[in-house]
Ligand binder design. Structure first.
Ligand SMILES: [Zn+2]
Ligand SMILES: [Zn+2]
Ligand SMILES: [Zn+2]
Length: 295
């Protein structure tokens, strides 16, 4: 159902808590309903809602935790904890969707009948709950709100599909429609989980952040007048928002305190303009031997 990732306001913690409990109860109702009506499509959809519930719960939990100040043990703070939770969530969805495919594909060969009236009632409930959420969020215009609205719309479409097959089955029984829908749901869940997993893994592997053009950054720093050359530049990101840069710069001519101060100031200006919040600069003279030339 509901999805949220970036929160900056203080009352967002309360919103997250409410959204979490709503999603959690709905997931339980859906899972029990899916088992009771013998509908694999509804069970598959409850996996999706479980994923939403988990990500809400983790955002709620981490809202305070991951913004906690750094400690001696975690000198960069706790920002990566949210990344870890996103990783766990993706793993649960990937494993869950594989389990559902494994259980559902045999049903394509031997379709079982479901309780279509029960499915219809659940679908109506699902459409109401998700429809209200879409409607409430429609007012928002920020990028994140749009992403959330799009997600909610997808959830709504899922319930509309369940609604349609339960209506069809009131008139003619086509039991295979239910496992077909379940397979589609599971594939969508799997696909989205892999799509979300990719950037998370890239961050863990310390790739450069997606929103920084490394060549542009290099050029801008090299263009600073007092800089002769740069080396040992490392750029990575804590959590896709907090980027960290370390760099060695070789100055033209002799090092003087004034030169160092001014060059640091200019580098910081370039770096902050490119959304990099944490920078460490080492200043060198031209014929200085540096063991970090290519590491
Ligand atoms: Zn959802
Ligand atoms: Zn160096
Ligand atoms: Zn290095």
């Amino acid at each position: 159902m509901k999805h949220s990732h970036h929160h900056h306001e203080n009352d967002s913690s309360k919103n997250l808590k409410v959204a979490f409990f709503l999603n959690f109860s709905f997931t339980i109702i859906e899972l029990i309903g899916g088992i009771y009506t013998n509908s694999v499509a509804i069970i598959a959809d409850s996996l999706h809602d479980l994923g939403d519930t988990l990500s809400l719960g983790l955002s709620w939990f981490l809202e305070k935790y991951s913004s906690k100040d750094r400690s001696k043990k975690f000198s960069y703070g706790y920002k990566r904890f949210s990344l870890l939770s996103a990783l766990i969530n993706s793993a649960i969805l990937i494993i869950g969707s594989i389990v559902i495919l494994y259980k559902t594909i045999p049903r394509l060969l031997n379709p079982e009948t479901s309780n279509y009236v029960g499915m219809l009632l659940l679908a109506v409930l699902g459409m109401i709950v998700n429809g209200v959420a879409v409607f409430k969020l429609k007012k928002g215009s920020s990028l994140n709100e749009k992403v959330v609205a799009w997600h909610l719309l997808e959830d709504l479409l899922g319930w509309i599909a369940i609604f349609i097959i339960s209506i069809i089955n009131q008139f003619i029984e086509i039991p295979i429609l239910d496992p077909i829908l379940a397979v589609i749901f599971a594939i969508v869940i799997f696909y989205n989980a892999i799509k979300n997993l990719k950037p998370i893994v890239a961050i863990f592997l310390q790739s450069t952040p997606l929103d920084v053009d490394v060549n542009e950054l290099e050029t801008k720093i090299k263009n600073i007048k007092t800089i002769n050359s740069i080396h040992d530049m490392h750029l990575w990101t804590m959590d896709s928002e907090n980027h960290i840069l370390t760099i060695h710069v070789v100055l033209k001519g002799k090092i003087t305190p004034t030169k160092v101060k001014s060059v640091k100031k200019q580098i910081r200006k370039v770096v902050y303009s490119m959304k990099i919040k944490h920078v460490t600069i080492e200043v060198e003279e031209k014929n200085e031997i540096c063991e970090y030339n290519d590491c």
